[in-house]
Design a protein around this ligand. Structure first.
Ligand code: PEP
Ligand code: MN
Length: 337
C-alpha cells in the first residue's frame, strides 16, 4: 500500500504515519520526490484497508500497489531514480558508457584498456575479477589479484569500476574496489546475494536472468530495495530463445517497458545480448533510440587473444568508432554521451 502525503506535510505528520505503520506490523519506506512524499508499506502486517490511513492529517491519498513489486514500481516513486557514481549520474541526461574486458587478465591488459576507453569517452571501467563460468574448466578470473589491478586502474585513470560479485560473503571484499557491484545473469535469483548487496551501501548493476521474465527481474530488484539499497541499475543482457545465430536475444522492448513499470535506470549489454562484435554497434543504436540510460560493452586490447568472450568484444579502435556512431543517435533523442 502507498500513502501519498500532501505537498505541505510536516515532519510530525510523517512521523505519526510511520509509527502507525510500525504498529500494524509493516515496514515503511519513505520516498521524497520533487513534488510528493510517499510512504510505502511492505511486509506481512495485519490486514489493513486504505481507509485506515485516510483520516490522518497530511494524507492526500492512499492506494494499493497493483504490482507484486512495490518499491521498484513507478506507483511508489513516480520520479525516475538517478544513481550517482562518483560524479557520474546514471539515469540523468547523459547515456553512461561502461566499457572494458569480460575478465581481468593482466595488469597491462587492464591499464591499456582503461586508458583507451577513457580517451574515447567511457566513464566506468568494467572487468570481472571473479568469473561465474558455465564450465568449471574455464578461466575463473584472477580473483583478489584482479581486484588489485582494477583498483590501480581506478587510481591511474579516475574511472569508476563495475565488477561482479558472486557470493554474499565476498560483498565487502569486492565492494572495497567496486563503485558498482555487478550481479550477473546466473545470480539474479540468488536471494542471499541480493540480500547481501541490499544491505551494502554501494550501487548495484543487476543483470536480468537469462530465463527471467520482467516481473521476476523486478522482484529481484525488490529484494535489494527491501533490504535498504535503492541504488540499482537494471541491465537487459539478452534472454534465451530458440535463435542460435545470436548468443542471446536482446529484448529491446524491455527498455521502454522497464522504464514504464519502474523508476530505476536501465542499461543494455550489447555484448552478451548478441555474442557478436559486428552486432554491438547496431543494437546499441537501437537501445539508445529506445531510451536506455547506460551501455555495458566488452572491449579488449586484443580480442582474438581474450580468455573469455573475445568474439563479442570490440578492440579500442572499434570502440572509438562505436562512440562516434552513437553520438548522433543520442542527440536525436535529446541525450548526451
Ligand atoms: C559479464 O558481464 O561478464 C557477464 C558474465 O555477464 P552475464 O552475467 O550477463 O552473462
Ligand atoms: Mn563476458
Amino acid at each position: 500500500m502507498i500513502i501519498v502525503m500532501k505537498s505541505n506535510v510536516s515532519k510530525e505528520e510523517i512521523s505519526k504515519i510511520l509509527k502507525e505503520v510500525k504498529k500494524l506490523g509493516f515496514k515503511s519506506h519513505l520516498s521524497k520526490g520533487e513534488e510528493k512524499t510517499i510512504v510505502g508499506l511492505v511486509g506481512n502486517g495485519r490486514a489493513v484497508s486504505p481507509d485506515h490511513f485516510r483520516p490522518f492529517s497530511g494524507v492526500e491519498d492512499v492506494f494499493r500497489v497493483s504490482k507484486p513489486f512495490k518499491l521498484a514500481s513507478r506507483e511508489f516513486k513516480p520520479d525516475k531514480s538517478i544513481i550517482r557514481v562518483n560524479g557520474v549520474s546514471v539515469g540523468g541526461e547523459d547515456i553512461i558508457i561502461m566499457a572494458g574486458p569480460c575478465a581481468v587478465e593482466s595488469r597491462e591488459q587492464i591499464l591499456e584498456t582503461a586508458l583507451k576507453v577513457k580517451e574515447a569517452g567511457a566513464t566506468i571501467l568494467r572487468g570481472g575479477a571473479f568469473k561465474p563460468r558455465s564450465s568449471p574448466y574455464s578461466f575463473q578470473g584472477m580473483k583478489e589479484k584482479g581486484l588489485e589491478i582494477l583498483a590501480e586502474a581506478k587510481e591511474k585513470t579516475g574511472l569508476s569500476i563495475v565488477t561482479e560479485v558472486i557470493a554474499p560473503e565476498q560483498v565487502p571484499l569486492v565492494g572495497e574496489v567496486a563503485d558498482i557491484l555487478q550481479i550477473g545473469t546466473r545470480n539474479m535469483q540468488n536471494y542471499a546475494l541480493l540480500e547481501a548487496v541490499g544491505k551494502y551501501n554501494k550501487p548495484v548493476l543487476l543483470k536480468r536472468g537469462m530465463m527471467a521474465t520482467l516481473e521476476e527481474f523486478l522482484m529481484a530488484a525488490e529484494y535489494i530495495l527491501s533490504n535498504g539499497n535503492s541504488n540499482i541499475i537494471l541491465c537487459e543482457r539478452g534472454i534465451r530463445t530458440f535463435e542460435t545465430y545470436t548468443r542471446n536475444t536482446l529484448d529491446l522492448a524491455a527498455v521502454p517497458l522497464l522504464k514504464e513499470l519502474s523508476h530505476l535506470p536501465v542499461c543494455v549489454d550489447p555484448s552478451h545480448a548478441t555474442g557478436s562484435r559486428s552486432l554491438i554497434t547496431p543494437v546499441s543504436k537501437a537501445a539508445v533510440a529506445a531510451g536506455v540510460d547506460a551501455l555495458l560493452v566488452e572491449v579488449h586490447p586484443h580480442p582474438e587473444k581474450a580468455l573469455s568472450d573475445g568474439a563479442q568484444s570490440l578492440n579500442p579502435e572499434e570502440f572509438c568508432k562505436f562512440m562516434e556512431e552513437l553520438r548522433p543517435v543520442a542527440e536525436a533523442v535529446k541525450r548526451g554521451i
